[in-house]
Design a protein around this ligand. Structure first.
Ligand SMILES: Nc1nc2c(c(=O)[nH]1)N[C@H]1C(S)=C(S)[C@@H](COP(=O)(O)O)O[C@H]1N2
Ligand SMILES: [Mo]
Length: 327
């Protein structure tokens, strides 16, 4: 199992450094706000400390990165979905196939968390997620999210562009795709005991997609580290594609020459393809894509081509009309 094999990162930096954070959290709890005044840069607020302890088994050494500065390049055409609504309506099949996975997902241990970067790179890397996040830095982006089940939300992610991770990995010229994998841990994820799913969850992007500025690795949401049900500690956010492309709780990025087959594509290729770009005019066999339900408001809105992100990504698909570009 990926998260038990720890060669090369047995004592990650994140295990050594958070002592002072634990200490200041205790001070916060005992002494109240005065402790904050003593160590303002280090100490999370009481509310943050509570959320951090909810989000992870150990304190998050990067908690101070949130809330991050909003990148104003990406604007929404609708309000951000209420956090409580968003955090209690999730798809995370590793836990169960209902939308009600938040409670079960809390069992996922997210710290420490090893991330592998391998395949067509000169030097494969194994790095702890906290160290990776610190290295990459964090900004906030308000994105729409569109599930192929014909519902949508809007969410303020925090994280970093995937292209930064690609630059860090420094893939060889022969790399054509980046393949991403979710953890495999049937002990804590009961859905992974259902053997008819080809676990682990896999997704992929072309190199051009992965290095487009819109492709984002989310590490937080709503101004704090990400809740487990959203795919802590690292998940993809590619808002011009159907939601199943936005793989959660990633443990591995591999640079490959062959087009990766996503878990849903492996399960049912007639319903789920590789490109999976949002298009109101191309129905999924089970769901018309003409409109979408706005979760939390009950409103129905017309679906937008590329989910409204065409100005940033339509060029990626020029000259590809022979491909199945839509779900
Ligand atoms: N590992 C993993 N990633 C996943 C899924 C999943 O079941 N497992 N579901 C996908 C689907 S279908 C959607 S719509 C989004 C849901 O993300 P959210 O729960 O944060 O809204 O996650 C995607 N990523
Ligand atoms: Mo979805």
């Amino acid at each position: 199992m990926n998260i038990i094999r720890r060669r090369g990162w047995e004592i990650p930096e994140s295990q050594i450094t958070p002592e002072h954070l634990v200490f200041s959290r205790r001070k916060v709890l005992i002494a109240g706000a005065s402790a904050l005044a003593m160590a303002p840069a280090l100490a999370p607020t009481l509310a943050q400390a509570q959320r951090v302890s909810d989000a992870a088994n150990l304190p998050d050494p990067n908690a101070g990165l949130y809330p991050a500065k909003r990148n104003d390049k990406y604007v929404l055409d609708r309000p951000i979905t209420d956090e409580k609504v968003n955090a209690s309506y999730n798809n995370f099949y590793e836990f169960n196939s209902s939308k009600n996975v938040a409670e079960q997902a809390q069992k996922l241990p997210v710290r420490p968390w090893a991330v592998k970067i391998d395949g067509l790179v000169d030097k494969p890397i194994e790095i702890d997620a906290d160290d990776l996040i610190k290295k990459m830095g964090v900004e906030e982006r308000a994105y729409r999210h569109r599930c192929v089940e014909a519902w949508g939300m809007a969410i303020a992610w925090s994280g970093f562009p995937l292209k930064k991770l690609v630059e860090f990995a420094n893939p060889q010229g022969s790399a054509k795709y980046v393949k991403m994998e979710t953890f495999l841990n049937p002990k804590v994820a009961p859905g992974q005991r259902q053997s008819w799913y080809p676990w682990p969850y896999v997704e992929g992007l072309s190199m051009a997609e992965a290095t487009n500025d819109l492709a984002f690795i989310a590490t937080g949401a709503y101004g704090h580290p990400m809740a487990k049900q959203h795919g802590a500690p690292l998940r993809l956010a590619v808002p011009w594609k159907y939601g199943f492309k936005s793989i959660k709780s990633i443990v591995r990025f591999s640079f490959v020459e062959q087009r990766p087959k996503g878990m849903w594509e492996a399960l049912q290729a007639s319903e789920y393809g590789f490109w999976a770009n949002v298009n109101p005019e191309v129905p999924h066999p089970r769901w018309s894509q003409a409109t979408e339900e706005v979760i939390g408001t009950g409103e129905r809105r017309p679906t937008l081509l590329y989910n409204g992100y065409g100005e940033f990504v339509a060029d990626l698909y020029k000259g590809m009309s022979g491909e199945r570009l839509w779900a």
